[in-house]
Write a protein that binds this ligand. Structure first.
Ligand code: OXD
Ligand code: MN
Length: 598
């Protein structure tokens, strides 16, 4: 240890820890990264205000119009750092097969060596922030704690919105003695020196070279999905890329659904759905918009919590028609990243309203020749408390009981509007077969269909073969598991026009889903699942041709035979980790499709 002088150690007045593991780790990181100062975050209003002031001075944040958007700020990221970088994201397990073909792998020794070399001296001249946080309601047995060390004040203020951060989390860590270790530095932001590494066997994350939410707010994708999925398998629960909603019927009964969709496929919109005009007395409650941790409760039902405390949503497309609840929650106390601004400094993005952008996401005078004004993956960060549809159950330590689990992808053709699995194992196959067109949430080509099992392709912290086996194992744990469904809001006609109106009208589909869970709702059997019978889906007040409904609610067996061949090829690429029960299930679907052809 050469040339290291102990940095100023500033532990907040109310913050104390005797946790030796935590103190030793903070010390070890400081020695490696050599910050000028260490600050333990207490999550207070004063701390937040001071960090914002500091970022306004440095130019990391820009104040937005204080009359229309009080306490709202804009952050413009480096133009090369605007999305998750899956090709630079690694799962480092001792045994390569444990990470599986679904992850980029490195041995833990290599991973640590490579990433530590980048962290060496990375915080020189900067402050190192220590952020204790809790994923989930602070008193929930389903919640888990972590500590993120970062040199980015932008990360601190975002983590404050997205997690339960500060003193109460530190107190829980103090009680439990363990936590997930997350080390982050923006480094020099160069893509050549960017790495997002996970060490599930050590419950540790090291991420350097990116300030983008999914790479830098380590509580979210890195902890709550990649590390938690690993922990969940060991402990017998599930960590999933799912929204959670409560659907209240006119009789005042609320039933809960969790739904998995790939990134930027409308999870936030669905989570905050406003019922269509024809649905008087219905209400949708938002429990979560991105992540769901669930386990079988003592009563045999599946209980779910949202581990997050805020929303990190895609801005473009959020408007008065598509998501009025989101638009309303964004007019105060929000952070915007890479959106455009109007000439009076209001945030703006495509699909927001009729205002005209003056400056694009890079701060250039807006010119349509340069592409969209807001980056397609521009984001807002906001506390869930600001959402008008926020469910009071969001803070319930027990979580909410799920009636249904829904999988979905973005597919122009093939997949019907909705179908129900025959049973749990068939539902697991449906989830494992999810395919979707890629979006701007990750770098790379947009619009390419790829397999995204359970919408977890970028987020499962271990071999998908083992993950499916874990999912299948739930069939033996309870006979009161949620029913499983598959939906597709994105079917198009030959001219590329969407066949289904989506948004609020998706409630019609969720109603059929809940009817089926209650043993009601007419359905017809097909080789790939149960579909709504003619007239079973309420289309009252909807201007949609019967022929379009027929197209949305039918399957093309020949196209499905091709699909099933592609699914088999994909599943078999997992070799001996692929559970036999999943292959058996696939074989049953194949047989049913063949007898349809005979
Ligand atoms: C997200 C994502 O940010 O899935 O939620 O990329
Ligand atoms: Mn997501």
């Amino acid at each position: 240890m050469h040339g290291f002088t102990q940095p100023t150690f500033n532990i907040g007045s109310v913050m104390t820890t005797t946790n030796k593991l935590l103190l030793a780790w903070v010390d070890e990181v400081a020695r490696l990264t050599k910050p000028d100062r260490i600050h333990w975050c207490d999550g207070s209003d004063e701390e937040n205000a001071a960090l914002i002031e500091q970022m306004l001075e440095s130019g990391d944040l820009i104040k937005l119009n204080k009359d229309t958007h009080p306490n709202c700020f804009l952050h413009r990221s480096d133009p090369s750092d605007v999305a998750r970088t899956e090709h630079l994201t690694f799962v480092c397990t001792e045994n390569e097969a444990d990470a599986g073909p679904n992850n980029h792998w490195m041995s833990p020794a290599d991973g640590h060596a490579k990433v530590d070399a980048l962290f060496d001296g990375a915080m020189q001249g900067r402050t190192m922030y220590v952020i204790p946080y809790c994923m989930g309601p602070i008193d929930s047995p389903l919640a888990r704690c972590g500590v993120e060390i970062t040199d980015s004040p932008y990360v601190v203020v975002n983590m404050r919105l997205m997690t339960r951060m500060g003193q109460p989390a530190l107190a829980r860590i103090e009680r439990e003695g363990h936590f997930v270790k997350g080390l982050h530095s923006t480094g020099d932001l160069s893509p050549e020196r960017r790495m997002i590494t996970h060490f599930p066997e050590e419950l540790a994350i090291k991420s350097i070279g990116s300030g983008y939410g999914g790479n830098a707010l380590l509580g979210k994708k890195c902890h709550a999905l990649r590390i938690a999925s690993w922990q969940a398998r060991e402990e017998g629960w599930l960590a999933e890329h799912m929204l959670i909603v409560g659907i209240e019927n006119p009789q005042g009964e609320v039933h809960y659904i969790a739904a998995a969709f790939p990134s930027a496929c409308g999870k936030t919109n669905l989570a905050m759905l406003i019922p269509p005009e024809s649905h008087k007395g219905w209400k949708v409650w938002t429990v979560g918009d991105d992540i769901c941790w669930m386990r079988v409760g003592e009563d045999g039902r599946m209980w779910a919590i949202n581990p997050e405390a805020g929303f990190f949503g895609v801005a473009p497309g959020t408007g008065a028609k598509t998501n009025p609840n989101a638009l309303a929650m964004l007019d105060h106390d929000a952070i915007f990243t890479n959106v455009a601004v109007t000439d009076d400094m209001q945030p703006w993005w495509e699909g927001k309203d009729k205002q005209v952008p003056a400056f694009d996401w890079q701060g250039r005078p807006y010119d349509s020749k340069n592409g969209p004004a807001a980056h397609p993956n521009s984001r807002f960060t906001v506390s869930a408390k600001q959402c008008a549809s926020a469910s009071p159950e969001m803070d319930n330590p027990t979580g909410v009981p799920l009636s249904a689990i829904v999988f979905g992808g973005r597919r122009k053709e093939l997949a019907p509007l909705v179908m129900q699995a025959r049973d749990w194992n068939h539902g697991v196959l449906m989830g494992a077969s999810v395919a979707s067109e890629t979006t701007a949430a990750a770098t790379g080509a947009v619009g390419v269909v790829r397999r995204d099992p359970m919408a977890m392709k970028p987020f499962c912290g271990y071999n998908f073969g083992d993950y499916w086996a874990h999912w299948l194992s739930f069939a033996d744990r309870s006979d009161k598991l949620p029913q499983i469904f598959h939906v597709n809001w994105f079917r198009q006609d030959d001219d590329g026009k969407f066949l289904w109106p989506g948004f609020g009208d998706n409630l019609r589909v969720l109603r059929w889903v809940l009817d089926r869970c209650a043993g009601r709702g007419d359905a017809v059997e097909t080789p790939v699942g149960w579909l709504p019978a003619k007239g079973a889906l309420d289309t009252s007040g909807l201007n949609i041709d019967a022929s379009v409904m027929d197209e949305l609610l039918s399957i093309d067996p020949a196209a499905w035979r091709d699909e099933v061949t592609a699914v088999r090829e994909y599943l078999e690429s997992f070799g001996d980790r692929l559970p036999d029960d999943l292959l058996d299930e696939l074989q049953r679907v194949e047989k049913r499709l063949q007898s349809e052809a005979a």
